[in-house]
Design a protein around this ligand. Structure first.
Ligand SMILES: *Cc1c(COP(=O)(O)O)cnc(C)c1O
Length: 422
């Protein structure tokens, strides 16, 4: 079947994400989605292994989410939060504050994860200004981290091993440390924090660095970061845009680890993959620094679509599903399934590492392989899996049927096993 006319025409005008438009393989036209299936223009179905950039945790077209959004659409797609209020944003703020650990309880809404991180960074800088008058323009971030694509968020990504390295000279310079996975690295972190008094906050992807290739670290490492921040009175930001909403088996990495940040960012699965929405949640004590009779101490940020009513309605419905359906049990089942299915790969010489936590299973190869070729072959085999760097991984909807998950793991096991002979 030939590609649809809209694709032919549109390819002349669309500028795609992270793509060299000259050489990028032609994207596969999609007609519709349901459950964990992507239905292509030519009628073929793909089993989705990554849930649309890790967002569609309840599967696609969940009737309950569609109904909630439809209901809100008929009532009011959106009304601005400046001077006006609507039920969905206020209810969602209350619910997120209830779910978030510790005294994380002040919720700021925006439209994308990158902006949620921008807001977190702004909060940290202004926190110091408001409380002590200090100018602290810098951040400490970790190697392997990914926090977004805007300028400030690019500056806290891994400066070398990331797609943003070419912007290096245009970015504010930050302190980048190795995750404190051992004594020596813990000392290095400690030294950085004690020698530099211009650091406003420390930012980390807790337990799982997603975009770097599903790199995982343990709870002890996270505790060391928390302790170092406590020793130096520094706010700790957890970027939970990927890890939030059950991904690692608990509602947040903070709940899984028992380590609580001062600021948390959420996005991706917040609306179950239906609508763009993100949030920054600050602790009550951070918020206190802004709560004042002095108007210059207010947080100066306000996206046009902040608290978007359609997005908030579907996010509320997504939280209903977490309450009513056994999502976290499903994640535990996926964890067990992935652990078993990928176990044999550990012995293969071409495999450097197998990492599994919650609904994420990753196989890191020792050497480089033909990523584009592998992506194409996966599609031919009826699965949608997108390796990043040297890592082939799954992060499926929590609702995926065991048979579909088996098809996905088998596709990866076969593909990885076969790499040997190349
Ligand atoms: C995806 C992601 C972001 C950026 O979110 P966008 O919505 O793409 O701007 C930031 N941090 C982490 C950890 C992410 O996974």
């Amino acid at each position: 079947m030939t590609d649809p006319a809209w694709l032919e025409e549109g390819l002349d005008h669309i500028w795609l994400p992270y793509a060299q438009m000259k050489t990028a393989p032609r994207p596969v036209p999609v007609k519709s989605t349901h459950g964990t299936r992507i239905i292509l223009h030519d009628g073929r179905e793909l089993i989705d292994g990554i849930g649309s950039w890790w967002t569609a945790v309840h599967g696609y077209n969940h009737p309950y989410l569609l109904e909630a959004m439809g209901h809100q659409l008929a009532l009011m797609p959106h009304v601005m939060l400046g001077g006006l209020a609507h039920e969905q944003a206020y209810t969602l703020a209350t619910r997120l504050a209830g779910l978030a650990p510790g005294d994380l309880s002040k919720v700021f809404f925006c439209e994308s994860g990158s902006v949620a991180v921008e807001v977190a960074l702004k909060i940290a800088v202004q926190y110091w200004r408001n409380t002590t008058g200090q100018v602290r323009p810098k951040f400490l971030a970790f190697r392997g981290g990914y926090h977004g694509d805007t300028f400030a968020t690019m500056s806290v990504c891994d400066p070398d091993d990331s797609m943003h390295s070419l912007f290096g000279p245009a970015l504010p310079s930050q302190y980048i440390a190795d995750l404190p996975t051992d004594e020596a690295r813990t000392e290095t972190l400690e030294r950085l924090l004690s020698t530099h008094s211009d650091i406003a906050a420390v930012i980390v992807e807790p337990l799982l660095q997603g975009a770097a290739g599903m790199r995982m670290h343990d709870i002890v490492t996270l505790k060391r970061i928390r302790e170092a921040c406590d020793r130096h009175g520094l706010p700790l930001i957890f970027d939970e845009i990927f890890t939030g909403f059950g991904r690692l088996g608990g509602m947040f990495a903070a709940t899984v680890s028992g380590v609580t940040p001062d600021i948390m960012t959420l996005g991706k699965a917040l609306t179950g993959g239906v609508s763009p929405l993100a949030a920054t949640i600050a602790s009550r004590s951070i918020y206190e620094a802004f709560h004042s009779d002095d108007s210059t101490k207010a947080l100066m940020h306000g996206p046009t679509y902040t608290g978007h009513a359609l997005g908030c309605a579907v996010a509320n419905a997504s939280l209903d599903l977490f309450e009513r359906e056994p999502r976290l049990d499903q994640v535990a089942a996926i964890d067990a399934h992935l652990s078993q299915a990928f176990a044999p790969l550990r012995a293969l010489p071409q495999v450097a590492d197998v990492r599994i936590r919650g609904s994420v299973g990753a196989v890191e190869m020792r050497g480089a392989f033909d990523v584009q070729g592998m992506r194409r072959r996966f599609i031919q085999e009826g699965v949608f899996i997108r390796p990043i760097g040297k890592t082939v991984y799954l992060a499926p909807a929590y609702t995926i049927a065991p048979a579909d998950l088996s098809t996905l793991t088998k596709a990866i096991v076969d593909m990885v096993t076969e790499q040997k002979s190349r």
